[in-house]
Design a protein around this ligand. Structure first.
Ligand SMILES: [Zn+2]
Length: 273
């Protein structure tokens, strides 16, 4: 997880870009299908949490605007018609229980569906969410995941086994993370698993190739931006919604005002590695 100074910098850039977008009175448009990324929906003080009231306002805005909110598989299927898309893909990474408690009732009210990407080792406790220094927030267990998948509101997909940065692993280790998470979910859910989320959005050519060879249909990143008709299905762009985002920031994200990567992002990533 990014340190506090990096989050503060990100917040400043977000505010400036939203203000610029509002000042230009840019219409809400932009071609291509957008996929939103969330982690937790909770009032806890956690950089990965979007407060419940804010999420409720965002869902209400999408409903008012007449968007069809679908899992990532549905967004990928809509890519061919991306020109006049009113489709929004919705995704939650890691499988936090507060998504089911706080987000799912709101989604159901509007008939919205979403994807949830879970790391099999985090689910069964063989791996730990190391980005939490103290006790991590509760994650869903296999029983809950099986029931959710059967209910159909959340489409469960794979997010590796241990949630390590795949780019830093050997070929064999990276392959094992990608293959074993698919196999485990397929055994549990009794259906093919189509989607993979790169842990921490970290991927390269090798990871895309491994995901494709393993038999997934698509993979999602944390690279912001819309997905056009010719988008790479193994590098689907997603827009991360942050806890500090106000309604204007959210609308600006949907309109593409935050598609440019953060300044100094490349340098920052190299430093972090
Ligand atoms: Zn994750």
């Amino acid at each position: 997880m990014a340190p506090a100074w990096a989050r503060g910098f990100r917040r400043l850039v977000t505010s400036a870009r939203t203000a610029r977008w509002l000042a230009r009175r840019r219409p809400e448009a932009g071609k291509g299908v957008r996929v939103l990324l969330y982690h937790r929906i909770s009032d806890d003080r956690d950089p990965l949490a979007v407060p419940v009231a804010r999420f409720a306002a965002q869902v209400a805005f999408l409903a008012e605007q007449g968007y069809a909110v679908v899992p990532v598989s549905g967004a990928v299927a809509a890519l061919a018609a991306a020109g006049e898309s009113r489709v929004i893909g919705l995704s939650f990474d890691d499988g936090y229980r507060d998504v089911v408690e706080n987000a799912l009732p709101l989604l159901r009210r509007h008939g919205f569906r979403a994807s949830m990407f879970v790391a099999s080792g985090l689910v069964d406790g063989s791996a730990r969410a190391t980005w939490y220094v103290r006790e991590p927030p509760p994650l869903l267990g296999w029983d809950e995941i099986e029931a959710l998948d059967a209910a159909g509101d959340l489409e469960l997909e794979a997010h590796s086994v241990t949630h390590r940065d795949l780019v830093r692993l050997s070929d064999a280790e990276a392959r094992a993370e990608i293959e074993a998470s698919k196999r485990e979910l397929e055994l549990r859910l009794g259906r093919p698993i189509a989607g993979f989320s790169y842990p921490a959005g970290s991927y390269g050519e090798r990871e895309q190739r491994l995901v494709e060879e393993t038999g997934y249909d698509f993979a999602v990143t944390c690279d912001p931006g819309p997905n056009g008709a010719s988008a790479n299905r193994f590098a689907v762009r997603r827009i991360e919604v942050l806890g500090a985002d106000g309604v204007s920031d959210f609308r600006a994200r949907l309109a593409g005002a935050h598609d440019a990567p953060m300044p100094f992002r490349g340098l920052y990533r190299r430093l972090r590695r």
